[in-house]
Design a protein around this ligand. Structure first.
Ligand code: ATP
Length: 470
């Protein structure tokens, strides 16, 4: 059994199989942006749906929001992003390849078995480390002085080019949660929410990542699934533990990730807003080890206090039971949809050796996805292109397509079609053959075991319902 080994293999497979394409290929490509193909979209939707189900549908205390990508530019001054949302860059003096200074130093130490973290260090602090240890680029060349770059992506929305300047600049949101803080007051006033409650949002975020050579793990346009939980300050400890456990459970149970491939990592240096922070990390083989997929942050009262200060609006909460007025604290869970998708694909991707029907050694790529995440749930495969088989196959498809995402495929040999479906993770293939026309039965093949059984068409719906546990 083989797994994906490196990013090049991952990228070319994801493209071939119709999940992820590099952006703008006909123009020679566009760095750090990817397009999701048919199966990628379906998988991404299923992951998003699983998140919404766990965070919103299965609870009584979390509601949803879809805020604009653009917000008043003061938002980003208040949030601290205009002043302090920086990455530090160094450049190899010979090859001119750019690196994030913290990552380059961490990798330099890691090669010596030293796991020290450079997270959130300033350019000056990183420069000091580079000097002290005489750190070079991975190619062994000298590197430039570290320089800070702001990650916010600027835009001229609402301004003509001639008058565009630093005063009227607008930003594409660097994180989705700011939209939640701006709507907090409306939610309190119109939905009459009582603490503790959460507001969840899924949407695009944009960051001018300096170095983005990690496939969909780090892109300049990406999607976040964020939940901000507003609570009384004294509940902080308990809630932090509860959300940590809840989120780890989701990755294991709903995303189908084995627990050995996941771990918590506590931040040793906190970003400006956080008072406690843990990441959930996944062991990405193709990125050579554990990397962040989700952040769980105790943001305290930082965000609401800042927005109250900059907007002049009162953003406190009146507790009717105690008669107290205070600014709620916020617990955040923030998971990248694209990083989750990459994790799910890596975990599920398997190449198996097997013996084919001619008794020869063969192999297949199979995506062992949880059934609930599979892009296509049932493939409909007429054994030949004969019109009466086609008609029967379409009849079967029409019977189940209301409840399941299906795919009709009549091209190539049946063996090849099974392999195609294995590769995109389809749990069940339904084959319509010549006997079907007489006995009104079909063959169902299961993805992981490759076992086949014959079922009468009238029982197919019930069979699938049991298998998909609806
Ligand atoms: P990193 O340290 O890897 O840059 P971060 O700590 O800045 O990530 P957060 O600001 O906590 O990330 O964002 C929450 C989540 O959003 C991350 O856990 C990740 O899954 C996702 N995310 C952040 N930046 C990117 C990106 N450039 N591309 C894809 N996903 C991202």
């Amino acid at each position: 059994m083989k797994k994906l080994e490196n990013l090049d293999q991952f990228k070319s497979w994801a493209k071939e199989a119709g999940f992820i394409y590099p952006s703008s290929e006909i123009y020679g490509g566009f760095a750090a942006i990817y397009d999701y193909g048919h199966y990628g979209v379906l998988l991404k939707n299923n992951i998003q749906r699983a998140w919404e189900k766990s965070i919103v549908q299965n609870r009584n205390d979390v509601v949803q929001l879809d805020s604009g990508i653009y917000m008043h530019p003061k938002t980003w001054v208040a949030s601290g992003h205009v002043g302090g949302f920086d990455d530090v860059l160094v450049e190899d003096k010979k090859t001119h390849k750019r690196y994030r200074a913290d990552h380059l130093i961490e990798e330099w130490f890691a090669k010596k078995g030293d796991e020290r973290s450079m997270d959130k260090k300033t350019a000056a602090e990183l420069a000091e480390v580079i000097k002290t240890y005489n750190i070079k680029s991975p190619e062994g060349n000298d590197i430039t002085e570290p320089r800070s770059f702001n990650l916010l992506v600027k835009s001229n929305l609402g301004t003509t080019d001639a008058t565009f300047n630093d005063e009227n600049v607008t930003y594409l949101r660097g994180e989705t949660c700011q939209g939640i803080y701006l709507e907090y007051k409306n939610y309190i006033d119109t939905l009459r929410l009582k603490l503790p409650f959460g507001i969840a949002q899924v949407g695009k975020a944009f960051r001018n990542e300096l170095v983005a050579r990690q496939f969909v793990f780090r892109t300049r346009e990406f999607e976040q699934m964020e939940m901000q939980y507003f609570h009384k300050p004294e509940d902080k400890q308990r809630l932090f533990e509860e959300w940590k456990n809840e989120r780890m459970k989701w990755h294991i149970e709903e995303m189908g990730i084995s627990s050995e491939n996941l771990r918590f990592k506590e931040h040793d240096k906190l970003i400006f807003y956080a008072t406690a922070a843990f990441d959930i990390e996944y062991n990405y083989r193709t990125l050579s080890g554990f990397k962040e997929v989700e952040g769980i942050h105790d943001r305290g009262d930082y965000d609401l206090t800042q927005h109250a200060k900059f907007s002049g609006e009162k953003l406190d909460y009146f507790d009717q039971e105690t008669g107290e007025r205070f600014v709620p604290h916020i617990m955040e869970t923030s998971v990248g949809l694209n990083r989750t998708l990459m994790m799910v694909l890596e975990e599920a991707w398997t190449e198996e050796e097997l013996i084919n029907s001619n008794g020869e050694k063969d192999s297949r790529i199979v995506l062992k996805l949880k059934k609930s995440l599979a892009p296509i749930k049932v493939a409909i495969l007429p054994l030949s292109k004969k019109p009466d088989l086609q008609a029967k196959a379409l009849e079967v498809q029409n019977m189940i397509r209301k409840d399941y995402m299906t795919q009709y495929d009549e091209t190539a040999s049946i063996g090849k079609r099974y392999r195609r479906q294995d590769e995109i993770g389809t749990p069940y293939c339904v084959t319509i053959d010549f006997d079907t026309l007489n006995d009104n039965a079909v063959t169902i093949r299961e993805r992981d075991t490759m076992k086949q059984e014959r079922i009468v068409i009238t029982e197919l719906k019930q069979y699938l319902m049991e298998k998909f546990n609806i």
